[in-house]
Design a protein around this ligand. Structure first.
Ligand code: FES
Length: 113
């Protein structure tokens, strides 16, 4: 099927991403990293390792639309297992790739003491 890079990701398609708690929404290309969508909103998110699944600082909770994201790969899963406070909705935004479904996420790193 031309136009599809892989299931759920359409070339040149745009997807809406809403970031809580600010409630800002951006439209970004399908196939972009979730981290790039957050950065596009202007909301603060720490990403010390530059998107290599090493620091865990880009940890977010996926509140809706998570089925549209790429699957969790072993390096992301391993990092999530070693971060305090992760749950089933957790993703590393630098590893999660957007498909074509609208998604809402919550930033949590900044809320921790
Ligand atoms: S930016 Fe470091 S794990 Fe995502």
């Amino acid at each position: 099927m031309s136009g599809y890079l892989r299931t759920g990701i359409r070339r040149n398609a745009k997807v809406c991403v809403t970031v809580l708690p600010s409630g800002k929404t951006v439209r970004i290309s399908s196939g972009s990293r979730l981290l790039d969508a957050v950065l596009l909103t202007g909301d603060a998110i720490v990403h010390k390792c530059g998107g290599h699944a090493r620091c865990g600082e880009c940890h977010v909770l996926v509140r809706s639309g998570g089925r549209g994201l790429s699957k969790i790969r072993p390096d992301e899963r391993e990092k999530l297992e070693n971060i305090r406070g992760t749950e089933t909705l957790s993703r590393l935004s630098c590893q999660a790739v957007l498909g074509s479904r609208e998604i809402t996420i919550e930033l949590i790193t900044q809320n921790r003491g």
